[in-house]
Design a protein around this ligand. Structure first.
Ligand SMILES: [Zn+2]
Length: 94
């Protein structure tokens, strides 16, 4: 098993990590994380980790845990704004 590095091009394979074109069901469409949401960002990071096996506790992929991350992204509540403050600044500045 000697890698033949002399054959340029043979050692570099173009890998598609996400074969999105062949989804059999529309149910497999992934939820879109909400920008600025900490929970979404956390879930997306773990979804990637479970899919790739990078950064997981055991170093293995876990597809069911990855779909749980999707469920988390889909199900946790999103408020239009976190703070219930008026949009405009106060009329009088101290
Ligand atoms: Zn979120």
């Amino acid at each position: 098993m000697v890698p033949s590095l002399g054959a340029a091009g043979m050692s570099q394979e173009v890998r598609r990590s996400e074969p999105l074109a062949d989804l059999p069901l529309r149910l497999n469409l992934e939820p879109t994380p909400v920008e600025g949401c900490e929970v979404c960002r956390h879930a997306v990071a773990w979804r990637w980790a479970y899919r790739t096996g990078r950064g997981t506790p055991d170093g293995y992929t876990n597809q069911s845990a990855a779909s749980e991350c999707n469920a988390e992204i889909r199900n946790h509540p999103h408020e239009p704004r976190v703070m219930a403050l008026p949009i405009k600044p106060p009329a009088v500045a101290s």
